[in-house]
Every structure is written in structure tokens, then in C-alpha cells.
Ligand binder design. Structure first.
Ligand SMILES: *Cc1c(COP(=O)(O)O)cnc(C)c1O
Length: 365
């Protein structure tokens, strides 16, 4: 089986984790601080605030913006459920703009939802490719809105001369399957000193110094053990991006002109796709449905994943919630029916890539 995700950690991770274990300083400490510094540098921002997962990163970012009941957050409906859950946990109302052909939220569709209750634009940089942040930032500036980036899948991605997480408040996930992983983990990035301070206080029970509570906070902290796993991966990360981009180029060439298959859009000039996923569409012109395609490809020993099988606000459990507005999003609904992600990770061999291409061609042939 060629898996859609492979996690391999190296000797440097083992060495650093052992160092932490032997130090006895398991909770948040010097390793977390180092990881935050490295992460912030990679994204060209002043602050990295490490937290215990990506969902927490989103919740804390929204809390730091001090939303009031009734405030609306406009996001993408074609995302992992965490994006929506975080908005609800922060006490805001979720609105859903439709997506464009790059699977990312479309800024014109966002603009159509802006009203006097709108407080935050929350684009999701899906599959490792950033939303059109020039357009999103222009819209935010026109209406005085905050921007929170769900950059969970986009560590190191770039849009123009800026990295993911450097436009608004950046929220990253370091979950087991993400491009950089600490098992569970998250990071918030910002250039804003006041927001960074608020986030550090929120993360630590609302304490600025021990037993000096300045707000009702929480425990969102990362451990030194997690940070020790992440630090060496960041140091190697440029090579990971290059390997994933190389694999994507091979897949593009091998899968060009397959009837019923749509390749991911070629990245726009100046935008770096870090290929967390290489996501194709099985269109109605294909001889099989997307779900049949998944079944057949799996039978051939090629792993794949459907991210995501339905738009996030269509599930029954969200239907009657006042915090979820059932906005109509036909492009996202179509994408959810057609999208499937092929393996693109850095551990694929040339033979793996040829097998993936041959397998996909066989199923659609
Ligand atoms: C993974 C992910 C999250 C949540 O991250 P966790 O670390 O799993 O909490 C949020 N948004 C998107 C788009 C993700 O892919």
C-alpha cells in the first residue's frame, strides 16, 4: 500500500526528545520558546505563540480579538470541521462564502456576505495553497475587519513576498498528518505585540506572572516534548517543500489529459503551494464516480483521501444552531462531491509515483 501520509522522525528528534526527558522540564519551557522563535522566523513574523493544537490556535486567536455575541465570522465551507467548531466556541456566528477553482474561499463571495455584524474574515489555506490574500486584505481594509488565517495545512506557504500567517493572525496545526508535526500541536503567528501578549496570557490561565490573573484564561500550553519533535523538522522543512513540489510536478505531467480528471490549478505567479495535499477532481465526465474511484484505487494499493466529503455546515448537528447560517455554496458542494487527494508526501519514490499515475489511469481508463 502506498499511504497518503507517512510520518518519519529522525535522529535529531530522538536526541532532542531524550534531552527533554532527561532534563525533567516536560511542560512549556525553553524548547517551546526555541520552537516559537524558529516558527516565527520561517513565516517572517515577530511572534509565534505555541498552543496544544490547531483548533485551540483558532479559538485563542478569535478570543484575542474580543468578539461580542452576534459578531459574524466569514469563512470557507470547504474545510475541516475545526474551523467551524472554533468559531462556535469563540461565541461568534459562522457565515460561509463560496470557493473558487483553487478550492479556496472566494473574496467576491466573502464581500457579498459582509454586513454591519461582520467582524472577522477567516480564509482557509486549503491543501497548502494560500487564498488570494491581496483580495482578502483589501476587503478587510475597506470594511475595518480583522483577518484570521486558518493556515493549518499551509506551514511555509507564500503569497507574494509574504508567508502564510503573516497577513492576519495565523493559525497553524501540527497534528500527526500535517506537513510539520508534533503529534498534537498548534501555533499562532502575529506581528502585533499587544495581541501576542494577550495570547500568551490567555494560554496560561490568564496569568501574566504567577498568580497575577489579568483575565479569565485557559490552559492552551504546548509541552517541551512536543517542541523537541518539531524543532528539527522546521530546520529541514525547505527540503520537504521542494520534494513535495517535485512530486506534484511528476503527478501533473503523468496525469495530464486524462478524461474526467481535473488537476489542481497551477499555482498563481508568486504563490508557493506546499502540497499538504495534491487534490484532483473526478468530474461527472469520468467513467466512475469519485467514491468508486476511491474504492478502485484503494484496491490497487494506492492510498487516497477525501478532504472533505461534504461542506462543513451541511451536517445535521449544525442545522439548528443559531451560530451557523446555512449560506448557499454551490461551488463548494460540487468540490466536496468530486475532490480526492493522492499521495504527494516527501517519502514517495519514483516507482511509487509511477505506480500512482498508472493506477489512476487504469481506474479512469
Ligand atoms: C488540521 C486542521 C485544523 C485543526 O487542527 P488540529 O491540530 O487537528 O486541532 C483546522 N483547520 C484545518 C483546515 C485543518 O486541516
Amino acid at each position: 500500500m502506498i499511504p497518503v501520509t507517512t510520518v518519519r522522525l529522525g535522529e535529531e528528534e530522538e536526541r532532542l526528545v531524550l534531552e527533554v526527558l532527561r532534563s525533567g522540564q516536560l511542560a512549556q519551557g525553553a524548547y517551546v520558546e526555541q520552537f516559537e522563535t524558529d516558527f516565527a522566523r520561517l513565516h517572517g513574523v515577530r511572534h509565534g505563540i505555541a498552543v496544544n493544537n490547531g483548533t485551540t490556535a483558532l479559538v485563542a486567536a478569535l478570543q484575542a480579538l474580543r468578539l461580542q455575541p452576534g459578531d459574524e465570522v466569514i469563512t470557507s465551507p470547504f474545510t475541516f470541521v475545526a474551523t467551524l467548531n472554533a468559531i462556535l466556541e469563540a461565541g461568534a456566528i459562522a457565515r460561509f462564502a463560496d470557493i473558487g477553482p483553487d478550492f479556496n474561499v472566494d473574496s467576491d463571495s466573502m464581500a457579498a456576505l459582509v454586513n454591519e455584524r461582520t467582524k472577522v474574515l477567516l480564509p482557509v489555506h486549503l491543501y497548502g495553497y494560500m487564498a488570494d490574500m491581496d483580495a482578502v486584505m483589501a476587503l478587510a481594509a475597506n470594511h475595518g475587519l480583522h483577518v484570521v488565517e486558518d493556515a493549518a495545512q499551509a506551514v511555509g506557504a507564500r503569497c507574494g513576498d509574504q508567508a502564510a500567517g503573516s497577513f492576519g493572525l495565523g493559525c497553524f496545526s501540527l497534528y500527526a498528518t500535517k506537513n510539520v508535526t508534533t503529534g498534537e500541536g498548534g501555533m499562532i503567528t502575529t506581528d502585533d505585540d499587544v495581541i501576542a501578549d494577550r495570547l500568551r496570557v490567555l494560554r496560561n490561565q490568564g496569568m501574566r506572572r504567577r498568580y497575577e490573573y489579568v483575565t479569565a484564561g485557559h490552559n492552551y500550553r504546548m509541552t517541551n516534548i512536543q517542541a523537541a519533535i518539531g524543532i528539527p523538522q522546521l530546520a529541514r522543512y525547505q527540503a520537504v517543500i521542494v520534494a513535495r513540489q517535485g512530486n506534484a510536478a511528476v503527478l501533473r505531467e503523468g496525469l495530464a489529459d486524462v478524461p474526467g480528471l481535473e488537476l489542481p490549478q497551477v499555482p498563481a505567479a508568486g504563490r508557493t503551494h506546499v502540497y499538504h495535499q495534491f487534490t484532483i477532481r473526478i468530474t461527472p465526465k469520468a467513467p466512475v464516480s469519485r467514491d468508486q474511484f476511491v474504492e478502485e484505487l484503494t484496491r490497487l494499493g494506492i492510498g487516497c483521501g477525501v478532504y472533505y466529503p461534504a461542506v462543513v455546515h451541511s451536517y445535521d448537528c449544525y442545522r439548528d444552531l443559531s451560530g451557523v447560517v446555512p449560506d448557499v455554496v454551490p461551488n463548494a458542494v460540487a468540490a466536496a462531491a468530486e475532490a480526492v487527494s493522492l499521495p504527494v508526501h516527501q517519502y514517495l519514490s519514483e516507482a511509487d509515483l509511477l505506480e500512482i499515475i498508472a493506477g489512476v489511469r487504469e481506474v479512469l481508463g
